[in-house]
Design a binder for this molecule. Structure first.
Ligand code: SF4
Ligand code: FES
Length: 254
């Protein structure tokens, strides 16, 4: 198939950036989307032009490294999918595709389709963990967890930190990501002792990083490749309210 690709090109965070249009022929529907961009880049290099920079690592929808906007949708039109698992069989001959980086003040563009998501790491470091020494693996039945709660924790643990939720939100909110981290630990017994402290520390970090606030558009949930539920945001708000009422503790002070 033949495609027209309109791709955002930007040298660095200071550059204003611009769209550039490329025509690509002989695209096989067996290719993945990133393989199609690999082919474009080979052509660009052959012609002495700079290749299009895009992030990727596992290409198996597990690491959260890939991600950009295709025709206005984070990770593209296929639901519950990352861009690395998007395949060209989902497109047709003659399609015009517009590729842009995640657009959020908290995610400055590094180059072309790559943004700096280190803000997520700083939020995680603020409190997305348990500080108790876990030691060696305990007996499987030492701490009993109801199946429904173990499953809920696993559902929230599926977040891969890709940032599509931020890119989809009109407010640039990171609440689905933070809510997923908080709900994951909040459903488990091991997460209880620092539950409110964790919420206060992570929410404070999120605010410092310049992310917006949730106003219930729910576009984050709609585009999340892992189907993370906005119930995580409700759990985050509940824990944060309790922290505000009863004090933040030591994590909140960091
Ligand atoms: S909540 Fe979903 S969209 Fe947001 S970072 Fe996690 S996996 Fe990506
Ligand atoms: S490259 Fe790892 S999730 Fe896409």
């Amino acid at each position: 198939m033949k495609l027209t690709l309109e791709i955002w090109r930007q040298d660095d965070a200071k550059d204003k950036g611009r769209f550039k249009t490329y025509e690509l022929e002989n695209v096989s529907d067996h290719m993945s989307f990133l393989e199609m961009l690999d082919v474009l880049n080979q052509d660009l290099i052959k012609n002495g032009e700079e290749p299009v920079a895009f992030d990727h690592d596992c290409r198996e929808a597990i690491c959260g490294t890939c991600g950009f906007v295709i025709n206005g949708v984070a990770h593209g039109q296929v639901k519950r999918n990352t861009v690395c698992q998007l395949h060209m069989r989902n497109f047709k001959d003659g399609d015009h595709l517009v590729l842009e980086p995640w657009r959020s003040t908290a995610f400055p563009v590094v180059r072309d389709l790559i943004v700096d998501r280190s803000a997520f790491e700083r939020i995680q470091r603020a409190g997305g963990y348990i500080s108790a020494r876990t030691g060696s693996a305990p007996d499987a039945n030492a701490t009993l967890i109801p199946k429904s709660e173990a499953e809920a924790a696993m559902d929230f643990a599926e977040c891969i930190g890709c940032g599509a939720c931020v890119a989809s939100c009109p407010n640039g909110a990171a609440m689905l990501f933070v809510g997923a981290r908080i709900a994951h630990l909040g459903f488990l017994p091991q997460g209880q002792p620092e539950r409110e402290e964790r919420a206060q520390a992570m929410v404070s970090s999120m605010e410092r990083e310049g992310f917006g606030a949730c106003t219930n558009f729910t576009s984050c949930e709609a585009t999340c490749p892992k189907g993370i539920s906005i119930i995580g945001i409700a759990k985050m708000n509940k824990d944060y309210s309790k922290a505000k009422l009863f004090g933040g503790g030591k994590l909140g002070g960091k």
